[in-house]
Design a protein around this ligand. Structure first.
Ligand code: ZN
Length: 250
């Protein structure tokens, strides 16, 4: 694998943005376009004549070309009503990347390499913490499914992007007795919005962190032992990371 890749952008400026105000970039939000072609998505994301105007900072097509629609210092309109780790209105505090995919087919390797290269660059520039690299479905679980259960979050994490659970014995032991209400509590600790129905939250968690369950639809939305242990692992590591972040601020 090449050690570093020079990022080149194709500028397709969108009129759909406004000011971040006093907010700064803390999050990276990943999406799929849910459209047939990248070009159709870009046109929609640049359309100022429709009622529900939307945009994103970047679109990545199937071949790995990166289109820049909105400048990083502006507020793009990709997240909508959103919540993560106590924060709302993530449009103000995030960079949004739309990845061209209708939603039900694997992401090509060239496209994923571009996702990794752009994500790494943004994470470094804005010092985005690993647990703040999120799916649209994490921050709007009752409305959104993207970038979906075919998106390779595990592969991203091996490139140092985002978090991925590797549960230890302590995580299996600790979570074995969790009931659904406990699972909901720990999903909230991880960042999910606690007012959303537990089954919806469990499904969103699995879409990101336990994608294997989608091979058996009846198991989706049910917190099995592996789902619980992966959640326990991420919550344990988040507590450590948050502690380190808090002590650095002192
Ligand atoms: Zn989305």
């Amino acid at each position: 694998m090449p050690r570093s890749r020079v990022l080149t952008f194709i500028d397709r400026p969108s009129p759909n943005f406004n000011s971040r105000g006093s907010a700064t970039v803390q999050f990276l939000v990943l999406h799929y376009t849910a459209m047939d072609t990248a070009e159709a998505a870009i046109q929609r994301l640049c359309d100022a004549t429709i009622k529900d105007r939307v945009s994103a900072h970047y679109v990545i097509d199937e071949a790995g070309n990166i289109y820049r629609l909105v400048q990083n210092n502006q507020r793009a309109w990709h997240a909508g009503v959103s919540f993560w780790d106590g924060k709302t209105d993530l449009n103000s505090s995030s960079i949004g990347i739309e990845i061209a995919n209708p939603g039900n087919i694997p992401y090509p390797a060239a496209q994923m390499e571009a996702v990794k290269a752009l994500s790494k660059s943004l994470i470094a520039e804005f010092k985005i913490r690993p647990s703040y690299v999120v799916a649209h479905s994490d921050i709007a679980p009752d409305r959104k499914e993207d970038p979906g259960e075919l998106f390779d979050w595990k592969g991203l994490s091996t490139s140092g992007i985002g978090v991925w659970p590797t549960p230890a014995k302590v995580d299996y032991d600790r979570s074995a007795s969790w009931q659904d209400t406990d699972v909901a509590k720990f999903l909230s600790k991880l960042g999910f919005q606690s007012t959303v129905a537990p089954k919806v939250l469990i499904t969103a968690f699995q879409r990101h962190f336990h994608q294997e369950v989608f091979a058996t639809p009846a198991t989706v939305g049910i917190a099995d032992n592996e789902t619980k242990a992966r959640l326990a692992c991420l919550v344990r590591r988040k507590a450590i990371a948050d502690g380190i972040a808090a002590s650095r601020k002192k």
